[in-house]
Structures are given as structure tokens and as C-alpha cells.
Write a protein of this length. Structure first.
Length: 162
């Protein structure tokens, strides 16, 4: 049993710190948020040291059905309008916004307690001081099959077929 499984099951002296890293190629710096009332400086899985700003974060798991949608909704309270402005810039630029969700333990911030979850933000809305972001894993349903398109560049012999 890992230490994170033990903390989820029965608690202990450690506290789980959920963090969000929201990045986009159109931005100068990412949005870094952690759940709680104080900032935390943590080291990521690729050895970057980031300081996460405190915010109230809630995660709504997807409903269980046969639609194949793997969307999660993140609610972030006490957010200034800066996050909404950055998301609007990304939409205007046509860039994808990525969200990385990590769990850290208060006793060990040198690495995430489990592998991070990576999402692509599909939408968001600002209501008062709260930002609701909808993010999704890999969209398996809308993937083309077969993955490789057989063109004359990929398979030169196709030029001779009409």
C-alpha cells in the first residue's frame, strides 16, 4: 500500500495538496493554483520548481454512462478576472489550453504523490468570483480510424490505382 492510499483510507499526519497547472502557448506564464489557504512551492515530475497560489478548488467527476465522455469539471473560487482574461486570449488565438492535476503530500513536496493527470480544457465560464472549467482526457470517440491516412506520400504505390 502506498502512502497516498493510506492517507486516502485512514488519514494520518500528512495532508493531501491538490494542485492545478493551467498552461497555453499564447501565455507568458502558467496559472498555478493549489487547494488551501497558503501558497506551496513544489517540485514537478520533470524537476521544475513551481509556487502554487492558494484557491478553493473543487472537482466534479464525470457521470457514469455509455456516452464515452471523459469530462471533469473544476470549480475554482476566489479567482480574479485574470484567469478568465487568459482563457479568452487563448480562445481568440486558437490555442489549446492544457490543465495538469497533481496531488502532493504536505510532508513531501519534492515530487507528486502519484502520476499527474493531464487534460485539455474544453470550456469555461466565470460567474462572480468563481471559474468553472470543463476539461477532458483523450477523446477516443472522435479519433479517426485508421490512424494512418494512406496517401501517395505515405504509400507511393497508390499513385497507380484509380
Amino acid at each position: 500500500m502506498t502512502i497516498l492510499e493510506r492517507v486516502f483510507a485512514s488519514g494520518g499526519p500528512e495532508v493531501i495538496i491538490p494542485t492545478l497547472e493551467i498552461t497555453c502557448a499564447a501565455w507568458d506564464a502558467p496559472i498555478l493554483l493549489c487547494n488551501g489557504f497558503e501558497a506551496h512551492t513544489c517540485t514537478t515530475e520533470d524537476a521544475r520548481t513551481l509556487t502554487f497560489q492558494p484557491a478553493a478548488i473543487a472537482v466534479a467527476l464525470p457521470k457514469r454512462d455509455t456516452s464515452g465522455a471523459q469530462k471533469l469539471t473544476f470549480g475554482i473560487d476566489n479567482v480574479t478576472g485574470e484567469a478568465q482574461q487568459l482563457i479568452d486570449q487563448a480562445i481568440d488565438a486558437g490555442e489549446l489550453v492544457h490543465l495538469t492535476f497533481r496531488h502532493y503530500l504536505s510532508t513531501d513536496k519534492t515530487a507528486p504523490a502519484e502520476p499527474p493527470l493531464k487534460f485539455v480544457i474544453k470550456g469555461g465560464e466565470m460567474q462572480g468570483g468563481s471559474l468553472r472549467v470543463t476539461a477532458a482526457f483523450f477523446d477516443l470517440i472522435n479519433v479517426a480510424w485508421p490512424r494512418n491516412f494512406y496517401t501517395a506520400d505515405f504509400a507511393p504505390g497508390l499513385r497507380y490505382f484509380s
